[in-house]
Design a protein around this ligand. Sequence first.
Ligand code: JCZ
Length: 234
Amino acid sequence: MRLDYLTIFPEFFDVLGISLLGKAVDNGIVDIHAHDLRTWTHDRHRTVDDTPCGGGAGMVMKPDPWGEAFDDLLGADPDPSVHVVIPTPSGTPFRQDDAAQLSHADRIVFCCGRYEGIDHRVIDYASEHWSVHELSLGDYVLNGGEVAALAMTEAIVRLVPGVLGNPESLSEESYSQDQEGLLEYPVYTRPASWRGWDVPEVLMSGHHGHIAQWRREQSRELTRRRRPDLLTDE
Ligand SMILES: Nc1cc(-c2ccc3cc[nH]c3c2)n[nH]1
């Protein structure tokens, strides 16, 4: 899987060389390239923004640098197997299913906007050539797309075979299919008693059936309290 990041702050993506994703890069499972969008400017000030047509506050990212970056990185031939992800507050919510689907992609290009956003014609042009995903990380506003791209990257890449040491841990996570899309149950480790708090007895019983039942009940109760929207049968 090749991941490209178009951004005016490429140093944001230096962190991808750390920990699990760093190992995935070292193992050749993932190939990461961060690009400074100003590479594709030609004026003395390396300008990437301009005033908004129709007025309004702030600045909008000019289309030309994006178009020239696309030309260099992707060429002009349409290829639906290339996924262009554009983090935006106005996008569809990024969910575990999106991470799962994108984890099968051979190529993802993250377009990280700043200012008031990217000239919409960039999205229109990209949509004619590649598979475009305008995705929101959540219902809050960031200063740019980089943090969202990092979060989405981690959610996507950790699902790629060979990235996680123990793939079994994926099956019991919140939102995973094996968890019926419910929130993950509370987890515990040693010591059995800590500052007056004990590990639930059932987890110390060694009775796998009882433990599984307790965990299912905990997941349902937690989901009912915190995310009733995830419950399909109530
Ligand atoms: N979920 C979410 C995405 C964003 C976002 C994404 C891109 C830009 C560009 C300028 N401001 C931005 C904000 N905020 N919140």
